[in-house]
Ligand binder design. Structure first.
Ligand code: SF4
Ligand code: SF4
Length: 283
């Protein structure tokens, strides 16, 4: 089973819930894997402190032009939607960092003058953390192909246990790539106008993808009840509420997990897992 922990906005406590859920499930003896897909802002490793056992370069295909064969017709530049390849005064220039590896320019070139070469966009690291299989993808600074890196990391999802995917915030392409193929999505939010606004967007996204989902409200006793009312109106199950707690905040700032400072939270996360497993949530 694959559970995606997502949120419409950053800073809602998505990683807190993902790591504590993984830790709790592992504590109770189940095989669990945590994959941090928030490639532009990795922080799951800060809490899980994995021992990294392998590191793999992640590359994507980008065009390389054989200037000998090129006639300067300009068709490649006309096709590219990202201005990653352009023909100036009969000479083709490639801006690899803008390329989305669609392969269009290679397909259209009438002279077969474009070949594909590999460009490194980041690394995927895998290891162990207290019985949890750990993985994350680190995007190189300036690289934009986050979905390709997420795809690579997700290929390592285990078949015979539970995989928890820590999804990037928002509703853009990397988020879709991360939650695609999940069995369940938990949307983490907070009870503020911003939290509600971004939750509505995230709900629209998971409904479009027809994935079962529910909501978790972090710092549930701050702000107002607009998120709770919205969930009630939309018939969305709220499966977890975490009140604001100074002990949790202090532990977070030191990279310590909630279940390690407040062991009673293990029961809450176990209960969350049971709810998800029973698939009570609505589509
Ligand atoms: S399409 Fe091919 S031949 Fe035409 S400009 Fe591009 S690389 Fe050169
Ligand atoms: S592979 Fe696609 S995105 Fe990259 S340069 Fe060619 S047409 Fe543009």
């Amino acid at each position: 089973m694959k559970i995606a922990i997502a949120s419409g906005k950053g800073g809602t406590g998505k990683t807190t819930i993902a790591t504590n859920l993984a830790s709790t499930i592992s504590h109770f003896g189940m095989k669990v894997q945590y994959l941090d897909c928030d490639a532009e802002e990795l922080n799951g490793h800060i809490f899980l402190k994995p021992k990294i056992e392998s590191s793999e370069d992640v590359t994507v295909g980008v065009p390389e032009v054989d200037q000998e064969k090129c006639t300067g017709c300009g068709k490649c530049g006309q096709l590219c939607q990202y201005s990653a390849i352009t023909c100036v005064k009969g000479k083709v220039l490639v801006f690899e960092e803008l390329c989305h590896s669609c392969g269009g320019c290679m397909a259209i070139c009438p002279e077969d003058a474009i070949i594909e070469k590999q460009r490194k966009i980041g690394v995927a690291e895998f290891g162990k953390s207290n019985g949890i299989d750990f993985g994350h993808g680190k995007l190189n600074i300036g690289a934009i192909q986050t979905p390709a890196l997420i795809r690579y990391v997700k290929k390592k999802a285990i078949d015979d246990g539970l995989t928890i995917l820590d999804v990037p915030p928002g509703t853009s392409c990397p988020v879709i790539e991360a939650i695609k193929g999940s069995d369940f999505v938990l949307l983490v939010t907070e009870p503020t106008p911003f939290g509600l606004n971004d939750l509505e967007l995230a709900v629209g996204m998971v409904r479009e993808l027809k994935l079962p989902f529910a909501v978790a409200i972090n710092r549930s006793d701050i702000g107002d009840d607009a998120v709770a009312k919205y969930c009630q109106k939309e018939n969305i199950e709220v499966q977890l509420e975490i009140p604001n707690d100074r002990t949790v905040a202090e532990a977070y700032s030191r990279g310590i997990m909630m279940v390690d400072v407040l062991p009673e939270y293990k029961e809450k996360f176990l209960n969350l897992w049971e709810q998800i497993r029973s698939q009570k949530a609505v589509k």
